[in-house]
Design a protein around this ligand. Structure first.
Ligand SMILES: [Zn+2]
Length: 1013
């Protein structure tokens, strides 16, 4: 699954500076987080982490240059332990804990004793903090919002339900489903019948499986030996969406049985499960369409099944339909029979063995374009009037399919591969085996209105879903806690394949940007390890679909690939796919495959990266100290094995990109020549932030000013990102960060300019929302002066490489948003010409949204855009119009837009989260958007499900620019009043944390900004 447009989602600010560090050292920090970190026996040796590390780091390198720096590095590394209360004193002899008199050190021995005492004290306090909250099991400790299991669940008929857990028992496993469905698209109901062949893996009386919203009319049971059907009773337990069948006889281990269930249900009106939609075709006739979206938990609402990813089985699907419709499913069609009542029944071939969440079927009026690729028929489907927009998708799919088959050395196993653009679809796309489903805007490409960003989006999402045919479909995670095995890989492969076969698209820029934003989010306390052990409830499962599973997963794979080399990496994943085809895995299976092809103990090296959370935000930041003798010791936590790469200005090292693993507490790189500076984390292939010593920052800044091109554009963007993140932490002054981007006058590449604009725009947004208009405009002027010449060079065309076209789009949007140069006038002229031609005159696509935004500022322009929105056929163009409509300064219009999208008629509900985010970003709408979310919360949750990425995006989008205490209390009170489960949602905790960090940022930087901006 590809949640719609993570990349464009404004991830929350992360200013890691944590007051609790300064006021209440060690204990609070260590005790607050344990429930997020599954403790395993082999990690015990690291405890107590902070103290030991700091002591060693400081003791061994008796550095006397800048004690502040020590303190910083200590904090960065998560070693709050000795900061304030232990008080570093300016003494070459060592450190003197705490002035309260417990210790006063003047000799190494006393220091040792003090440290020992402190360690013991911390250990005791930790025990006290930890014990009541956690039970240390292999699974770690459980989250608070995990639902309590009733001891004796009662079924709807008042009888005892034989199973009390959320996860199904494993005594019985499905082997094959035979499913017949008859949907009625006008009455929005369907009838179904499913025959499930089962195998008993243990002796049992009960068959427990998933089913929800079904009106079950008849259940029969059959043993393999006597083929006689026996009608049996069914017990329903809606809380867990389970039913139980009490068999008429004991099921014996190893024997096969058959269960047949007949039922009816409503076709869902949300975009989840088996759902129906209506739309108007070009002659304004109302049309009906039904499709499925089962991941993660909705297959159970379409048919009773064992709805967990590890229960793989084969599926035979039959669909009864009216003649004018086309029916599609995972497999090719086997037969089509006209029934007595004039209906047609399509039967599809028996599927390969797969998980229930990958089952899919679609009924609607569609056309397609197809091409054969070595025996696999690739088809792109769309509603008939949009068949002209499928060529790009077909070409792209054919190339990518070929690439993946070669790269994985495994043929795509089905005879067909359909990609379908669905008129209403909540996610971005879904990887159902053989039947990929998409939003229209993520599959269709219109030469006249799709921008280069749209082309990249379509290409990337196809690449993502195709990669899932191997990662996810062929080999599946055993349970949702390892979702990253699906999504991290698909995301990694998406960028990797694009770089290999569509290099001209420069998709590395997007991947880099995604890594920056993911680290911001990951640095929040509310973040989570990508492989989490406490995932049980449906909200917890939904919450796994966040940008960490996708982009942190992908970032770690990139780091691994860079370290191991491309060949070994490829070899390992081929092995993994071969070894686990048609089965399910957990993360260790992946590390095992890497260990087989590499000398390195990957598990040891990487497990902290994927399990670690404890020291994550502080631990990954690397402090670099430069010495006169050109040696570079690195401080870091022993918990982290950090793949280090670097470049320097020296002749011998300028191209030094090899990666070494730092697996000790400090490391030294010996250079054979004198260098001015070192840049660590070459091309930002490592998932960490680097903090340099003052003189190294200065040397880097000087280098950027004299000749920035010594460093790659990725490195330049990386430096901009790191220095602003560190400035947010207070580790570097904001002024120095601005000093670094001073070189932008000479910058011509997209990645560094985009990152600088992103960082400064965040600051602008905070100032603007607090009403510091003067300061905000001074900031804009400062940035404008840096980019003035680049802005002046831009033309209102679609000329150039994809990368320069995107740069144009970013720069002109910046200039027009802040009314710089004569940008708005030029945009308005283009808009007026376009409007005068009734929208027939073609506009340059990359700046189309900017042109529309200029036009939407006038009353007539806004109304004209709305009329075009309703009547146009290109989703790419409609999205640009919608962005312009939602950027209006008229709050009545903004409110009306959100309301209409919630209704879902004129503007589809799938657009709502995008509208809310856009409205909230600008001053006139930012309070309105939050009001709207509060007012309509129950409807939003009903439509999008608690914990879903749409809800995550709405909560973050409507709150991430708040920076006052009043707003913090209000947001907190609002969610507290909903329910405990709502308040505990990760996105809610994240929203609160972001507001607090914004407050701290403002408090810390406002005065300084006033002074020097
Ligand atoms: Zn996916």
């Amino acid at each position: 699954i590809e949640p719609f447009n993570f990349n464009r989602l404004q991830l929350p600010r992360n200013m890691i500076e944590n007051s609790m560090f300064e006021e209440e050292p060690d204990v609070v920090d260590l005790a607050k987080e344990p429930c997020l970190h599954p403790l395993e026996p082999d990690e015990v040796e690291y405890e107590p982490r902070g103290s030991r590390l700091l002591v060693r780091g400081l003791g061994e390198h008796e550095l006397d240059e800048d004690e502040e720096d020590y303190e910083s590095s200590a904090k960065l590394l998560g070693m709050s332990f000795m900061n304030r209360s232990s008080g570093l004193r300016n003494s070459a002899a060592g450190y003197r804990p705490n002035s309260d008199g417990t210790c006063s050190a003047h000799s190494a021995r006393t220091v040792g004793v003090c440290i020992f005492i402190i360690i013991v004290a911390v250990a005791i306090i930790m025990m006290i903090y930890l014990l009541p909250r956690c039970t240390f099991t292999k699974e770690g400790c459980h989250k608070k919002n995990q639902p309590m299991e009733p001891i004796q669940p009662i079924a709807t008929n008042g009888k005892l339900f034989p199973w009390a857990q959320i996860r199904l028992p494993t005594a019985v496993a499905p082997v094959r489903y035979d499913l017949t469905l008859h949907p009625n698209l006008t009455s929005m109901t369907f009838r179904g019948s499913v025959t499930i062949s089962l195998q008993a893996l243990q002796a049992t009386w009960n068959i427990v499986l998933h089913s929800t919203g079904h009106n079950i009319s008849r259940v029969t049971f059959m043993t393999a030996v006597s083929s006689q059907e026996k009608e049996v009773d069914v017990l329903e337990y809606p809380l867990h969406e389970q039913i139980a069948i009490v068999a008429p006889e004991t099921l014996l281990e190893g024997h096969n049985y058959t269960l047949k269930i007949e039922y009816s249900a409503n076709i869902s009106s949300s975009s989840y499960g088996f759902y129906g939609i209506s739309y108007r075709d070009e002659s304004n006739e109302k049309k009906y369409f039904a499709a499925t979206q089962f991941e993660p938990l909705a297959a159970r609402s379409a048919f009773p099944c064992f709805d967990e990813p590890a229960f793989k089985a084969t599926f035979v699907i039959r669909i009864k339909r009216d003649e004018q419709y086309t029916a599609l499913s995972n497999m090719p069609k086997k037969s089509s029979v006209v029934l007595e009542d004039g209906l047609v029944q399509d039967e599809f071939f028996e599927s390969v063995k797969m998980s229930t969440y990958l089952v899919a079927f679609i009924v609607g009026e569609m056309k397609n374009l197809s091409q054969d690729v070595n025996g696999t028929l690739v088809s792109i489907y769309a509603v008939p009037e949009k068949i002209g927009q499928v060529h790009h998708a077909l070409e792209t799919t054919v190339k990518l399919l070929d690439f993946y088959q070669n790269y994985f050395e495994i043929q795509y196993p089905l005879k067909k591969l359909d990609l379908v653009a669905i008129p209403d679809f909540e996610a971005g796309a879904m990887e159902n085996w053989g039947l990929l489903t998409f939003r229209e805007e993520t599959l269709l490409y219109d030469g006249n209105t799709s921008s280069v960003a749209d082309r990249k989006l379509v290409t990337k999402i196809i690449a993502h879903e195709l990669a899932h045919q191997w990662f996810g479909n062929l080999v599946t995670m055993q349970w949702w806690n390892d979702l990253w095995l699906n999504e991290g890989f698909a995301t990694f492969m998406e960028y990797f394949s694009l770089e290999k076969i569509f290099g001209e698209l420069s998709s590395y820029e997007d991947f880099l940007d995604a890594r920056f934003k993911t680290m911001r989010k990951d640095a929040l306390n509310s973040s989570h390890p990508i492989s989490s052990s406490s995932v049980q409830s449906s909200e917890q499962i939904e919450e796994m679909f966040d940008s960490l599973s996708y982009f942190k997963g992908a970032s770690l794979l990139l780091m691994l690939k860079t370290y191991l080399s491309e060949d070994i990496f490829q070899h390992a994943i081929i092995l993994y796919l071969h070894n686990h085809s048609y089965t399910s895995t957990h993360s260790d299976d992946l590390w095992d495959s890497f260990n087989e092809v590499s000398d390195l103990d990957i598990y040891l090296a990487l497990k902290l990266w994927y399990q670690g959370q404890f020291l994550r935000e502080r631990g990954m930041e690397l402090s670099v100290q430069m010495f006169m003798d050109k040696m570079f010791p690195f401080y870091y936590s022993s918990l982290w094995h950090i793949p280090l790469s670097y470049v320097t200005d020296g002749k011998n090292y300028s191209k030094h990109r090899s990666v070494s693993l730092l697996d000790k507490k400090s490391g030294v790189i010996n250079l054979t020549e004198e260098v001015q500076w070192i840049k660590v984390n070459t091309d930002m292939t490592g998932y960490y932030i680097v903090h340099y010593a003052d003189d190294n920052w200065e040397a880097l800044i000087k280098q950027l000013k004299t000749n920035p091109y010594v460093l790659s554009d990725k490195d330049r963007a990386n430096l901009i990102n790191n220095i602003f993140e560190l400035a947010g932490l207070g580790k570097v002054s904001l002024q120095r960060a601005f000093d670094l981007i001073d070189y932008l006058r000479n910058e011509t590449y997209t990645a560094p300019i985009s990152e600088a604009l992103f960082q400064t725009e965040l600051i602008y947004n905070l100032l603007d929302k607090l009403g510091h208009m003067d300061l905000a405009s001074r900031l804009v002027n400062k940035v404008f002066k840096l980019l003035q010449s680049q802005i002046q060079q831009q033309t209102w065309t679609d000329e150039g490489t994809p990368s320069t076209r995107e740069l144009r789009s970013v720069l002109l949007d910046f200039a027009c948003t802040h009314s710089l140069e004569n940008c708005s006038a030029a945009a308005l002229k283009l808009f007026n010409d376009w409007m005068a031609s009734n929208g027939t005159q073609s506009l340059p696509t990359d700046v189309m949204a900017t042109v529309f935004k200029a036009g939407a500022k006038t009353e007539g322009g806004w109304s004209f855009l709305l009329s075009k929105y309703v009547s146009l056929g290109s989703e790419a163009e409609k999205n640009k119009i919608l962005e312009a409509l939602a950027s209006s300064e008229d709050v009545r219009k903004l409110y009306w837009l959100m309301k209409k999208s919630l209704d879902g008629d004129l503007i589809r509900t799938q657009k709502l989260s995008f509208i809310i985010r856009t409205v909230a970003r600008h001053f006139p709408g930012h309070l309105l958007a939050w009001d709207f979310v509060k007012e309509n919360w129950s409807k939003l949750v009903q439509k999008f499900h608690l914990g879903s990425y749409t809800i995550q995006s709405i909560v973050a989008g409507s709150t991430h620019l708040f920076s006052t205490k009043a707003h913090l209390s209000e947001v907190q009170a609002f969610f507290e009043n909903q329910s405990e489960a709502t308040f505990q949602l990760r996105c809610v905790q994240e929203a609160l944390e972001v507001i607090q960090l914004n407050m701290q940022w403002v408090e810390k930087n406002l005065k300084t900004l006033t002074y020097w901006l």
